[in-house]
Design a protein around this ligand. Sequence first.
Ligand code: IPM
Ligand code: MN
Length: 361
Amino acid sequence: MNTYKIAVIGGDGTGPEVIREGIKVLKVLEQKTGFRCEYHEYDFGGERYLRTGEILPDSAVDELRRHDAIYLGAIGHPDVKPGILEKGILLRLRFELDQYINLRPVKLYPGVWTPIKDKGPEDIDFVVIRENSGDVYTGAGGNIKKGTPHEVAVQEMIYTRFEVDRCLKYAFEYTRKRNKRKTLTLCGKTNVLTYVFDLWERAFHEMGQKDYPDIKREYAHVDATTMWMVKNPEWFDVLVTGNMFGDIITDLGAMVQGGMGVAAGGNINPEGVSMFEPIGGSAPKYTGQNVINPIACIAAGQMMLEHLGETQAAAMLDRALAEFLGSGILPGLSVSDIKKAGMSTSKIGDAIAERIQAMAG
Ligand code: IPM
Ligand code: MN
């Protein structure tokens, strides 16, 4: 039987509550389809930082490296200055574990409301592959004459051919494996960023021509991409882009698919340890109330199963999510919708777990 070591970081706010539901569902799938997970919990986050001053000990990164995957709830604490935990935990893990892909499916499940009029699940089903290590996130830059009227601030967009190539390779392979419209769209800004996106564009066509003749190549500027994601989301199959543009368009993607209540992402190192997370925040004001929506975290668990190669379990969970959301039990995904329906964080987890339990194995 396949056994996986899963590092669990519940994190801040409602993170631990939604992770609990995710694990509840995973445990049912373990029984159902025959694999095993050992869960190792880590208490990194705002509380630990405020208590001990420690964000992420070096030894922790090495420990995490010895797992098959990391399941993360949420990072962000109201009493900690913004940026400290995000940089010290989330970005540090992405960098040190070299999770150079940020994988963000934008899929509208049946029964989920989208702000886009006259579009349904058949129109909204694409994947954004965001490069997750370079770009302005590299951290090169600085300031001069800070605090004076002549202050200079520089933050540079940096890409190496190596970073671009490894991201494109993942994107082409992913598009082929997904096997839907076999179309990969490069999202860039070649009309202004004539160095960085010139590199991306050349690398894109060279690799596509040479190794992926079966994949159709398209290009869109990032500003136009945001327009089309709203106007004609059905045009997209797989999008690949740099780190900063990817950060922006994946929040738009999350809204298009129904909001932070369903949006999940993976920070992938195809050769190493990957980390899966709901992309919404830690919702501190709802902490401990059992009212936050765990769907996005459960969907992150689904991505983790897919990544580990537990395809049957992943497919069952995808079906359970579609059935639950399509059933109309929840009038929407917000806290007030959950309360209105007489549901709760744990009841939603139970409902999905029960659906899986009832499926033919
Ligand atoms: C995301 C987030 C992070 C990012 C922040 C919290 C550092 O917005 O995962 O998209 O910018 O990558
Ligand atoms: Mn973001």
